[in-house]
Unconditional design. Sequence first.
Length: 100
Amino acid sequence: MTKDRMETICGVGLHVPTGAVDSALKGLAPRLKALRGARVGILDNCKEFADLVLHGVAEVLERDFGAKIRFWRKSYLGIPSPYAKEMAGSCDAVINGVGH
């Protein structure tokens, strides 16, 4: 990664945090072989109506596929998920809701 560069704007020194961009293609996660009994994490990102949609999805996954559902909710939509590692360690799949 490239180090920050310094620029002076209107007499004020600023650090410009531009680094190398990783544009390499990444593979998708492998599909689950089955939803039956899968541990599915659902992340509500706090957008309006996301909770309604996600609870509906959870209901179908539980009822029709016997999935085990666990919810997480971010405190604010504009932050990265503080639950990513926890979800990765305890879920077979994750659904991230975005609301409307």
